[in-house]
Design a protein around this ligand. Structure first.
Ligand SMILES: CSC[C@H]1O[C@H](OP(=O)(O)O)[C@H](O)[C@@H]1O
Ligand SMILES: Nc1ncnc2[nH]cnc12
Length: 291
């Protein structure tokens, strides 16, 4: 058993973690480049926590230019076993109203301009993304929301668009008729990379708007998103605070194997592996003997 270390990735409007104690900042380069911001390591209650602002402090980085590989590699090097990401999202369902938290269980990846794998020529791996969200972690978030009396719905599909422009009406209607629940610009490839890094992953989707399909609501814009995120920041802090204070000290083995995702995923024969790529993969593949 290993010690649980929870990584919190803060999205739009979430650039720090209230209540984080004994904080020290860690700035480092990874083999994939620089993370979005220095990691902030500390604790909430007895739980070890690492916070990372996805867009950097001041929201410097656009969804397409975030270095997702550096972010996940850095969290892995910091010992993170479980990632909880917070993401502002547009809603495709009347009853998923702005201010509500949604614990999604599926993602649809519509991004096209991002590096979405640590692996590649010289070390090819195919991890399963059938169930991208770690169920125990999601259950713990749901329990924390219930304990804090915070409106929260479990289950739903997050479609990740490239952005940075918001969707056209035709796109919004298409996503809605496909049955998707919410839309954002950042959960992919974050969730895929977390899986490759064998880190359990769950997203708290904070519903901020009805995108542009709703006849009785204005089309989404940045001001409306920021307004809801700010109004909800107290609830988000209470939810994360409760989750982290109640988190078990030992990492719980993931029932769907997200913490062992590479066991049956690497197809390149050991002698055919590229030593330079293996070196870059040292944190991601640390469970495996390197030649
Ligand atoms: C500020 S509106 C669009 C912006 O908000 C969401 O960010 P995040 O997922 O990091 O909370 C969305 O994905 C866009 O990046
Ligand atoms: N409607 C929307 N589309 C994409 N990303 C979002 N983030 C918040 N609202 C959004």
């Amino acid at each position: 058993m290993s010690a649980a270390v929870v990584g919190i990735i803060g999205g739009s409007g979430v650039y720090d973690l209230p209540g984080l104690e004994d904080v020290r900042e860690l700035t480092f380069e990874t083999p994939w480049g620089e993370p979005s911001d220095p990691l902030r390591l500390g604790r909430i209650g007895e739980t070890k926590v690492v916070f990372l602002a996805r867009h950097g402090r001041g929201h410097r980085l656009s969804p397409s230019s975030i270095n997702y590989r550096a972010n996940i590699d850095a969290l892995k090097r910091a010992g993170v076993t479980d990632i909880v990401s917070v993401s502002a999202c547009g809603s495709f369902k009347e009853d998923l109203y702005p201010g509500l938290f949604l614990l999604v269980d599926q993602f649809v990846d519509r991004t096209f301009a991002r590096r979405s794998s640590f692996f590649g020529d010289g070390c090819v791996a195919h991890v399963s993304m059938a169930h991208p969200v770690a169920p125990l972690l999601r259950g713990r978030i749901a329990a924390a929301a219930a304990a804090e009396d915070i409106p929260c719905v479990t289950g739903g599909t997050y479609v990740c668009m490239e952005g940075p422009q918001f969707s056209s009406l035709a796109e919004s209607q298409m996503y809605r008729s496909a049955g998707f629940d919410v839309i954002g610009m950042t959960a992919m490839p974050e969730a895929k990379l977390a899986r490759e890094a064998e880190i359990s992953y769950a997203t708290i989707a904070m519903v901020t708007d009805y995108d542009c399909w709703h006849p009785h609501h204005d089309d989404v814009d940045v001001a409306s998103v920021v307004k809801i995120v700010q109004a909800n920041s107290g609830a988000a802090s209470r939810l994360l605070g409760r989750l982290l204070r109640d988190f078990p000290a030992e990492h719980e083995p993931c029932p769907i194997g997200s913490d062992r995702a590479l066991d049956n995923a690497i197809i390149t024969a050991a002698p055919a592996r590229d030593p330079a790529l293996l070196k870059k993969l040292e944190a991601i593949m640390f469970r495996f003997d390197q030649p």
